[in-house]
Design a protein around this ligand. Structure first.
Ligand SMILES: [Zn+2]
Length: 283
C-alpha cells in the first residue's frame, strides 16, 4: 500500500511520526502553511516559516524516505491581523519556488471582510502563478462557509478542477462535487470525520476527485489515519486499486497540476533508519 497524505502539518510532528508513517506506507506528503497556534506579530516570522517548509522539513522527511512538498499562503485566521497582512506582498516570491505545489491554505475562519479580501487576492495569485489552490473551510458554520467559499472561487475565475476544498463532511460534500472542485476530507481521532464515515461518503459520492488526509498538527490528531481509512475501505469491500486511487493517484493528479510535483526516485519500501539521525547543533 502506498499513501500520499495531501494535507499534514509535519512541522508540528515528531521524528517518531515520520518513522511510523514511512513504515505504514506513507511515501509522500504535502504540508500547507497554516496558523502555528502562537499568533505571529510580523511578516519576518512567516518568511522564516515558509523557508523552513521549503528547506528543513523536506530534508527531515527525506531522511525517512518520505517526499515532502508545501503549499504557501497567509492563513485565514491570521489574515485578520493587520500586522500579518503584509505577508501577502511576500507571497509572489515564494510561489515561484520549486517545492511549492499550490497556494494554501486559504479560505475562511470567521468569515470577516478581511478574510474575504485575503481569500480573493490569493486566488488571484494562484491564477497568476498558474498554481492550484488549497481551500480550508471553517470549523464553525461550515455549511454557510462552504457556500460562500464556492461563490468566491467562482468569482475568481480559477478553474474548479484546480481547487481543492478541504475539511468537508456529509453536509458540505454535495455542493463542492457539483461545483467541480476536488473534495478533501480530514480524518480525526475523535469528532468530525472518522474512517467509517469516510468510507460511507466514498460509497455515496464515488472516488473521483476525492482526497483523504490526516491534517495532523499540534492538536489531537493522528498521522496514520490515512492508513486506517485505507484499511476501512478494504474491509468495506473496496479493492486495492480503489485504495490506490483515493490515497495515491488522486492527490498526485491534483498536485501535478502545479507542474512541480517531483516523485522521482522514491524508495520502493520504507528505508532502514540506522544512521539517519538528525544532528543537533550545540551538543
Ligand atoms: Zn491544515
Amino acid at each position: 500500500m502506498r499513501i500520499f497524505d495531501p494535507h499534514i502539518h509535519m512541522t508540528s510532528r515528531t521524528t517518531d511520526d515520520y518513522r511510523r508513517m514511512a513504515a505504514a506506507g506513507v511515501r509522500a506528503v504535502v504540508e500547507p502553511a497554516f496558523w502555528l497556534g502562537q499568533p505571529r506579530t510580523n511578516p519576518g516570522s512567516f518568511a522564516d516559516y515558509f523557508d523552513s517548509l521549503l528547506g528543513w522539513e523536506p530534508y527531515r522527511a527525506g531522511l525517512f524516505g518520505v517526499r515532502h512538498h508545501a503549499t504557501i499562503a497567509l492563513n485565514p485566521k491570521e489574515a485578520n491581523d493587520p500586522r500579518c497582512r503584509p505577508v501577502l506582498d511576500l507571497l509572489p516570491r515564494y510561489l515561484d519556488k520549486d517545492g511549492v505545489v499550490a497556494v494554501g491554505e486559504i479560505g475562511y475562519d470567521s468569515m470577516t471582510p478581511e478574510e474575504d479580501d485575503a481569500f480573493a487576492r490569493q486566488l488571484a495569485l494562484a491564477v497568476e502563478h498558474d498554481l492550484p489552490a488549497l481551500v480550508h473551510t471553517p470549523h464553525r458554520d461550515k455549511a454557510r462557509g462552504t457556500r460562500r467559499t464556492l461563490e468566491v472561487v467562482a468569482e475568481s475565475g480559477i478553474a474548479p478542477e484546480r481547487v481543492l476544498v478541504d475539511h468537508l463532511n456529509e453536509l458540505t460534500v454535495g455542493p463542492v462535487q457539483e461545483a467541480g472542485c476536488w473534495m478533501g476530507f480530514s480524518i480525526y481521532p475523535e469528532t468530525k470525520m472518522s474512517p467509517p464515515r469516510m468510507v460511507e461518503i466514498l460509497r455515496r459520492h464515488g472516488l473521483e476527485r476525492m482526497l483523504v488526509n490526516s491534517a495532523a498538527d499540534w492538536g489531537h490528531s493522528d498521522p496514520l489515519l490515512t492508513v486506517e481509512t485505507a484499511r476501512a475501505m478494504l474491509e468495506a469491500g473496496f479493492d486495492a486499486d480503489d485504495v490506490d486511487r483515493v490515497l495515491w493517484r488522486n492527490p498526485v493528479e491534483f498536485y501535478r497540476q502545479s507542474g512541480r510535483l517531483d516523485l522521482s526516485d522514491l524508495p520502493e519500501a520504507a528505508p532502514e533508519f540506522e544512521g539517519s539521525s538528525i544532528r543537533r547543533g550545540g551538543g
